[in-house]
Design a protein around this ligand. Structure first.
Ligand code: SRM
Ligand code: SF4
Length: 572
């Protein structure tokens, strides 16, 4: 086994560690393989491509046919553009729209982490696509891979001192945590190859980058619209009396990925670590990442996230280790309280005389399907009125900076393209999310984005019949236990176990502060509405005033609930 430049042996580390270490800061052989006339990259390059925001996939719908005809898989690439705080200029939006039409599958996917994904790009078109994204002043570098991923932030486009300070903090963190390698420019943008006797500096990440992905989010006190508890590092901006940021509450060690039948992999919610002042945020973010870089498990990728480092060594150890690297004292964390998540949908004033409009996009898929033509509709609005856009953590889109006089034109264009006002969308649908799963995700064991629309409409109809149509209940579906739609933090989670079956998880809350638990394992999708209906009926009849569904289930407890709801059925 080779050694790293500082003599550390790569023996016993995961294969990815050797690939990273040998890659010359993420170059590997990507550039050489790019010009080869092959449909796919090699396995080693596949791992390195992730750091460049590119996933090698295949169209799973076409696997069977390809096998039958003795052909190779239908290889294709997914590009993820990293979009801090989800802020997208009109130009960048139109660039992504054009790429989706020209080189991808004609759709744009808003992700749960405020990014764009382009699916179905062929290898021969990947360089042109990445170059077009960069021309629009966005990047895919760090969209994936063992680095700091997209830094999320509440996307509400308010124009006040607090939000301006927030924007600065995010920009400073992004600058400090983005990889420095010149590989990205060399490979995708024909940047000059720098030949120097000095080794290339990657001051935070070194030669091996992080043991695993690392995720950071920034919330505004009381509104958990960015799901802080799912994050490796979460910062909650606290408001001062003068409208400035008074400081940040820091939480660490959240993570949702787990593997079926492997109890040593688990879901964890982020825990309070400290309170810090606004100017300390970059140093804290850097050192939290650095501790994980130094102590995260590099032998076992299933045990390599920060949540495992903290579970193994303790939160106190982690705080001490971070503290030892800082130039100031961490203060004790402040208590947090939350209101129901604000999805920022519909028309709102943004504080500078202009308006913003949050538009619901089902499961984040901007596409022209039947009479709902969200791709054409959004393109028309952006071309004509050139608003700024913001992507939300619920996979929706906000149009910002709309002049009041433009409001009727926006409404007209939305209607023309079948994009209905949020008031007309049932709450169950509005508060539902699904990950992409099949056909693009290689890890999916069940459908999600294609299965949820049918299921959620049945559930919405039942809630309506029970007089609960106005209730805010969150429903989240994932095609495997990795939890990309954050199913473990919803009132109701559906986690795919095999094709057509889901663990039904209950007892989370609408604020996203508590993990739900498996209420019924392996339920065929067709049986889910019938499973939930009596629970909803019981909720409608016996909840406390103002109590949410997840809180009700949690208060009553699974056993008591089963007893009350299903006992009659057993004896019947
Ligand atoms: Fe995810 C892997 C999609 C947010 C946990 N996720 C994947 C991959 C790339 C599959 C793969 O590795 O081959 C999926 C690509 C599917 C496709 O075809 O597009 C994928 N994840 C997504 C997105 C697009 C889901 C969505 O509905 O929007 C989200 C992209 C976010 C982004 O812009 O960066 C997405 N993924 C999440 C989240 C939610 C979050 O971060 O807030 C989680 C749970 C939080 C966490 O990380 O713990 C999540 N994704 C995972 C995991 C499990 C990680 C773990 O620690 O075990 C994997 C698998 C892995 O990393 O090995 C994964
Ligand atoms: Fe794929 Fe699983 Fe993530 Fe869904 S939850 S996108 S199936 S990895």
């Amino acid at each position: 086994m080779p050694n790293l430049s500082d003599g550390v042996s790569l023996d016993d580390l995961s294969r990815n560690e050797s690939i990273k270490a040998a890659s010359n800061h993420l170059r590997g052989l990507i550039k050489e393989e790019l010009v080869e006339d092959t449909p796919a990259f090699t396995d080693d390059s596949e791992q390195l491509l992730k750091f460049h925001g590119i996933y090698q996939q295949d169209d799973r719908d076409r696997r069977k046919e390809a096998r039958a005809r003795g052909l190779d898989k239908h290889h294709q690439l997914m590009i993820r553009t990293r979009i801090p705080g989800g802020v997208v200029s009109a130009d960048a939006y139109l660039a992504h729209d054009a790429i989706s039409e020209r080189w991808a599958n004609g759709t744009l996917r808003v992700t749960t982490r405020q990014d764009f994904q382009l699916h179905g790009v062929l290898k021969r078109d990947i360089k042109k696509s990445i170059a077009a994204i960069n021309e629009s002043l966005l990047t895919t570098l760090g969209g994936c891979g063992d680095v700091e991923r997209n830094i999320m932030c509440c996307p509400e486009p308010r124009s006040d001192r607090f939000h301006k300070e927030l924007d600065h903090s995010i920009a400073d963190m992004v600058a400090a945590l983005t990889p420095r390698t010149g590989a990205y420019h060399e490979i995708w943008l024909d940047g000059e190859v720098v030949r120097s006797s000095e080794p290339e500096a990657e001051p935070l990440y070194g030669e091996q980058y992080l043991p695993r992905k690392f995720k950071t989010t920034v919330a505004i006190e009381r509104d958990n619209c960015v799901d802080i508890y799912a994050h490796d590092l979460a910062l909650v901006a606290m408001r001062g009396d003068d409208g400035s940021i008074r400081g940040f509450n820091v939480l660490v060690g959240g993570g949702l990925g787990r593997t079926h039948n492997k109890p040593d992999t688990f879901v964890a919610i982020a825990q309070p670590l400290a309170f810090i002042e606004p100017h300390q945020v970059v140093e804290v973010a850097r050192e939290v990442v650095a501790v994980q870089r130094d102590y995260g498990d590099r032998a076992n990728r299933r045990h390599a996230r920060l949540k495992y480092t903290i579970a193994d060594r303790g939160l106190d150890w982690f705080r001490d280790e971070v503290q030892s690297r800082l130039s100031f004292r961490l203060q004790p964390p402040e208590p947090l309280s939350w209101e129901p998540v604000d999805d920022h949908l519909g028309w709102h004033e943004q504080g500078d005389g202009k308006l913003y409009l949050g538009i619901y996009i089902e499961n984040g898929r901007i596409a022209d399907v039947g009479h709902v033509r969200s791709r054409t509709g959004l393109r028309r609005i952006v071309e004509e009125l050139r608003p700024q856009l913001r992507l939300t953590a619920q996979q929706n889109v906000i149009l910002a900076g709309i002049e009041p006089a433009q409001r009727s034109r926006v409404d007209e264009l939305l209607e023309e393209h079948g994009i209905v006002a949020i008031e007309a969308i049932p709450h169950a649908i509005r508060n539902a999310m699904a990950c992409p799963a099949i056909p693009t995700c290689g890890l999916a064991v069940a459908e999600a984005e294609r299965a949820l629309p049918g299921l959620i409409r049945r559930i919405a109809a039942e809630l309506d019949e029970l007089g609960l149509g106005e209730e805010r209940i969150s429903f989240r579906m994932s095609g495997c236990p990795n939890g990309c739609s954050r199913p473990y933090l919803g009132d109701v989670g559906f986690v795919g176990t095999t094709l057509g079956k889901y663990d039904v998880m209950l007892g989370g809350d609408f604020e996203g502060t508590r993990l739900n638990r498996v209420f019924a394992p392996n339920v065929p999708i067709a049986e889910i509405p019938a499973l939930l209906r009596p629970l909803f009926a019981e909720f409608g009849a016996r909840r406390d005033a103002g109590e949410g569904f997840g809180n009700f289930v949690n208060r009553i407890g699974f056993d008591a609930l089963r007893e009350r709801v299903f006992a009659g059925e057993k004896t019947a």
